[in-house]
Design a binder for this molecule. Structure first.
Ligand code: GDP
Length: 590
């Protein structure tokens, strides 16, 4: 528990935050500046940034976000009454692309998830329910992880369990890591589904080893506490067991919710449909929904006209953890909005007005976001420590080695930290102290006894022995250079204006345009800009000139483009493309 709890709105000025924290404004401004953000006393920072700053300053303060409206709060931490009843677990299925999320859901639901990925709308979550042992399980699926990230940004998240799907023939991949990170930050329980075990090339052991060694997720059979289930979405093997494990985990969590309270929850999908008007997907946190109730979500409100379950069957009533679809909203609420109930149309309108005013205020004044901040900090924090242990033959040489090492300067980007020193041969103790692969033990004019050498191999500790001090320093300089983040160098090669878009797919765009500057080249990156604003960054897979594949197309010529994207992007005529190359250049400490 932090010593102090501070409650702030979803954005706050630097001056107000300093006041609240009882700190000089200069301290906050200085900390922001250190992280690459030049902010003034009146500048607003968002909630996440405030949280990061407090962490960075090492203050024992917990920051909580003030509820915008008391009637609209869906925190997981909602206080339960003694009448709370058990509710179905809400399970998100995540994992690397092609590892079988959709197939696994199909296998679980025994249906084809018709509206799943076809639309390619990444900011929505599809929700389903299945039954196992007469108990319900709510499942959430999203084509990308963006939707979950967006929900988290709203500070609202109802997920209890995350099933991380890892293909046994492919192992842990970047989006697997993303999913693990997400699940942990959302405080959800993790169950790993090792999928595709029907394949000859499947290697479940490798997946387990990767998870255990790289992500501290040890399977139960190795004495750990991460539930891992081998499954095949194709044959159905292990799927029942997976669901049993979900229920088991849910039981341990004692998931409960109140029914006899005004309904609250989250908007997980919303779109307009011809003839039906607004169609909105909701996930209930607690309370019950019925037709005729007034709903408020963000700046939208309406009276529930129809209430449907995930299979579009009419419902009389829906309770906690249930995904439903409602019609009747006058405007579309936004994905991630929290919804609540109003007692009358008048109250609903008032709540919406209040929310609208707050949002306008925020939009006008927030100019530092947590995302900017995290980026800066991760750049700053990445591998900036070079840990060493120094051993030397006599005290005099030990002192001069240490003093010289301290002079190896990287302008603060990589710091050299001496975690141990001593006179004499490298010892078992030194190896134990090093204990990780990144620490280097420098020996100056000393020996590495054979018994200790064996330990270095076992513990993968690096020992480097020198007889000449300059060589030792060169080695340290080189090692620190290796830890420097490479510099990103972008070189512009040309510009193009879109004249027509021929096809837009989930991950590809076929379009054409005129090269207005420089040239268009295959294999480069392109920024897509609309009215001066960047809307996406894409890969240029190939370029064509007069319907022929070309290496490059020059200024003044028409050019066909095949672009690769990581989500569906709607490019329009008139959009500008800027082509450039991006290289990582290694930096060296001189
Ligand atoms: P997603 O991108 O994670 O949703 O992955 P999909 O469900 O679309 O699956 C990607 C590919 O892997 C498809 O061709 C599936 O047929 C295949 N696949 C998924 N699960 C299994 C499985 O258990 N066994 C085998 N052999 N193939 C699978």
């Amino acid at each position: 528990m932090a010593e102090k709890i501070v409650i702030i709105a979803n954005s706050i000025t630097v001056g107000e935050l300093a006041d609240t924290l009882n700190l000089p404004v200069t301290t906050l401004v200085g900390e922001l500046f250190k992280n690459g953000i030049a902010a003034t006393i009146n500048q607003r920072i968002d909630f996440e940034t405030a949280q990061i700053i407090v962490d960075e300053l090492g203050l024992d303060v917990e920051i909580q976000m003030k509820q915008v409206s008391d009637a609209v709060s869906t925190r997981k931490t909602h206080e339960l009454s003694k009448d709370a009843v058990s509710r179905p677990p809400i399970v998100a299925v995540m994992g690397h692309v092609d590892h079988g999320k959709t197939s696994l859901l199909d296998a679980i639901l025994d249906i084809k998830s018709v509206d799943g990925e076809a639309g390619g709308i990444t900011q929505h979550i599809s929700a389903y329910q299945t039954e196992r042992a007469d108990r319900k399980i709510t499942l959430l699926d999203t084509p990308g992880h963006e939707a979950f990230a967006a929900l988290r940004q709203h500070g609202a998240l109802l997920t209890d369990v995350v099933i991380i799907v890892v293909a046994a023939d492919d192992g842990v991949k970047p989006q697997t890591v993303e999913a693990i990170r997400f699940a942990r930050s959302a405080n959800a329980k993790i169950i790993v589904a090792i999928n595709k075990i029907d394949k000859e090339t499947a290697n479940s052991q490798l997946v387990k080893t990767q998870l255990a060694t790289e992500h501290e997720m040890n399977p139960e059979e190795w004495g750990g506490d991460t539930v891992m289930v081998e499954v095949s979405a194709k044959t159905g093997q292990g799927v029942d067991k997976l669901l049993d494990m979900v229920l088991l985990v849910a039981d341990m969590e004692e998931l409960r919710a109140d029914i006899d309270v005004p309904a609250e929850g989250l908007v997980i999908e919303s779109h307009m449909e011809h003839g039906r008007g607004s169609v909105v997907g909701l996930l209930l946190a607690h309370g019950e929904l019925t037709t005729g109730q007034f709903l408020v979500a963000g700046t939208a409100y309406g009276k529930i006209r129809t209430l449907l379950d995930f299979r579009n069957k009419p419902l009389k009533k829906a309770g906690p953890s249930t995904p439903v679809t409602v019609t009747g909203f006058k405007e579309l609420p936004q994905f991630g909005d929290e919804f609540g109930i109003a007692t009358s149309e008048k109250q609903a309108r008032q709540m919406v007005e209040k929310m609208r005013a707050e949002r306008e205020h925020d939009a006008a004044s927030t100019n530092v976001t947590g995302a900017d901040m995290l980026k800066m900090i991760s750049q700053k924090h990445e591998s900036q420590e070079f840990k060493v242990i120094v051993k030397a033959d006599v005290q005099g040489s030990l002192t001069s080695v240490i003093d010289s090492l301290k002079l190896v300067d990287t302008e603060g980007e990589v710091t050299l930290r001496i975690i141990g020193t001593g006179v004499g041969n490298i010892s078992e103790n030194d190896i134990r102290l090093a204990a990780d692969e990144k620490t280097v033990i420098y020996g100056f004019n000393v020996d590495l006894p054979p018994a200790v050498k064996r330990l270095t191999a076992r513990d993968k500790v690096q020992v480097r022995i020198f007889k000449v001090i300059y060589e030792l320093l060169d080695d340290a300089r080189q090692s620190m250079s290796d830890l420097l983040a490479p510099e990103v160098v972008e070189t512009e090669v040309g510009k193009l204006t879109i004249k027509g878009v021929f096809r837009t797919q989930k991950d590809a765009i076929i379009a054409g345009g005129e090269v207005t500057e420089g040239k268009a080249i295959s294999g480069v990156i392109a920024r897509i800009k609309r009215k001066g604003e960047q809307i996406a960054e894409v890969e240029v897979v190939s370029v064509q000139r007069e319907q022929q594949e070309a290496k490059e197309v020059f200024e003044g010529d028409l050019c066909g483009l095949n672009l690769k994207t990581n989500k569906k992007i709607l490019v329009e005529e008139g959009d500008k493309l800027e082509f450039f190359t991006r290289e990582l250049v290694k930096r060296i400490i001189s």
